[in-house]
Design a protein around this ligand. Structure first.
Ligand code: PLP
Length: 397
């Protein structure tokens, strides 16, 4: 076997990249996988070397072969200049915000952003003198009307957490760039495989690797990738915080990377099948899945995304809380829990009206978010069918 030339590597399709990125068997004694490099101290042979700073590795927080392998692989599949690894997805979000903002700045955050992102903005960023303004996720190019001279960052998330609004990222990117603001995107739902963030104008892209990169609900990880304009500042901020991912999580994430596209394509197939099944149910008022033509953001999804993943929401026809609980409590294949992207199916009830400030959330019925796993679709729908029987029984009693 010959080492991949840079030319061959550049022409590889994403599936081949995922197999080969971040691996060099000639440096691993021929073994396929890189071991987990654990380490704090790196020793230097001479004073000269210690002071010279020419060494490839100098200390655990400054990078290891493991962290460099995953960072390099992620940059390759994201079309990024650089990537840094954080211990959680939320840590990646806070790192991106701290990279772009300083005291006195104003930041525009989508009203549909991941809840803990809002919490960080409303507490820590506020304490450090950064003002957060929430905006309607469907604002598009009109974001310009909300921008001030102090607006230094805009945060988008597409589709929105729980509520699945689609954002016109290229339009917002064009306005942000013209005004000199950093465009930050939480790209966890699509991953770079289904939404190439930097090609679409995003400066700092966040991925909760906890979800599809892991794929097995057994690790926490966050990644921030940057384009050329923001790479240096991201790296400086990362070095200052030294919020590093652990070696075993990196090892597992590299393992997950190899099958990420296969799992995502299956999640897409299963997600669409389940979404369509729900759409045909009389108990269901609406399905919030951007790849369905009935979704208000479908045209944007079709234009900008290369696929959809296995997370979506439904709105039930109005029923009592008791009936919803009867539906959920008796499910045997759907676990009730946070997070997603693993092999197992999950569901959570949610209510965005408790935290939204820029837009009104009134879907007209109870809302449920589903993550579809790898189980047989017939088994999943049979479980849900029994759930709907319980829901109907509890509604009439
Ligand atoms: C889960 C999630 C995160 C946070 O990831 P953690 O690793 O759980 O901190 C961030 N953004 C989105 C959209 C998520 O779904």
């Amino acid at each position: 076997m010959t080492k991949l030339t840079p030319e061959t590597r550049a022409g590889l399709k994403s599936r081949s990249r995922l197999v080969h990125a971040g691996r060099d068997v000639s440096e691993q004694h021929g073994f396929i996988n890189m071991p987990a490099w654990r380490g704090s101290t790196v020793v230097f042979p001479t004073v000269e070397a210690l002071k010279g700073r020419g060494a490839r590795y100098t200390y655990g927080t400054k990078g290891t072969p493991s962290s460099e392998a995953l960072e390099g692989a992620w940059s390759e599949i994201s079309g990024a200049e650089t990537t840094v690894l954080a211990p959680t997805g939320l840590a990646a979000i806070t790192l991106a915000l701290m990279t772009a903002l300083a005291a006195g700045d104003h930041v525009l955050v989508s009203d549909s952003a991941y809840g803990p992102t809002r919490h960080f903005c409303d507490t820590v960023l506020r304490r450090f003198g950064v003002e957060t303004q929430y905006y309607d996720p469907c604002v598009g190019a009109d974001i310009g009307a909300l921008m001030r001279s102090s607006t230094k960052a805009v945060l988008v998330e597409a589709p929105g957490s729980q509520s699945f609004e689609m954002q016109d990222v290229p339009a917002i990117a064009a306005v942000a760039r013209a005004r000199g603001a950093c465009l930050i995107m939480d790209n966890t739902w699509a991953t770079p495989l289904f939404f190439p963030p930097h090609e679409r104008g995003v400066d700092l892209a966040i991925e909760a690797g906890t979800k599809y990169l892991s794929g097995h609900s057994d690790l926490l990880m966050g990644l921030v990738s940057a384009n050329a304009a923001w790479a240096k500042r991201l790296r400086h901020t990362f070095d200052a915080f030294a919020m590093c991912a652990g070696p075993d999580d990196i090892f597992l994430a590299l393992r997950g990377l190899r099958t990420m596209e296969l799992r995502l394509r299956e999640a897409e197939r299963q997600g669409l099948a389940l979404a369509r099944w729900f759409a045909a149910r009389p108990e269901v008022k609406g399905v919030l899945h951007p790849a369905l033509p009935t979704h208000p953001g479908h045209a944007i999804w079709k234009r900008d995304f290369l696929g959809s993943s296995g997370l979506f929401s439904i709105i039930l026809e109005p029923v009592s809380e008791k009936a919803v609980a009867a539906f959920l409590d008796g499910l045997e294949l759907f676990g009730m829990g946070y997070s997603w992207g693993g092999f197992e199916s999950l569901v959570i009830p949610f209510d965005c009206s408790t935290y939204r400030t820029a837009t009104k959330w009134s879907p007209g019925g109870p809302a449920l978010r589903f993550q579809v796993g790898l189980e047989d679709m017939g088994d999943l729908t049979a479980d849900l069918e029994r759930g709907f029987e319980r829901l109907r029984a509890a509604s009439v009693s």
